[in-house]
Design a protein. Sequence first.
Length: 78
Amino acid sequence: MASSALIEGRRAVAKFLLWLILLVLCWPLALLALVLYPVVWLLLLPFRLLGIAVGGVLAFVKAVIFLPARLVRGPGAA
């Protein structure tokens, strides 16, 4: 769990450094990206929620399909 937080931290630092390089090379584009990022995030939020819902439904269908096999296997099998 700590390693995933470390990876996320490294990704955040890498994104920030890339944005700083873009700021030095082409500051109008960097500022435009800074302003548009929250708008794009808000536009993509329904698709993320839809993906979570579809993933939950597919996990439920998978559990229902594999239930007979788990019942036949018995309680001793892991």
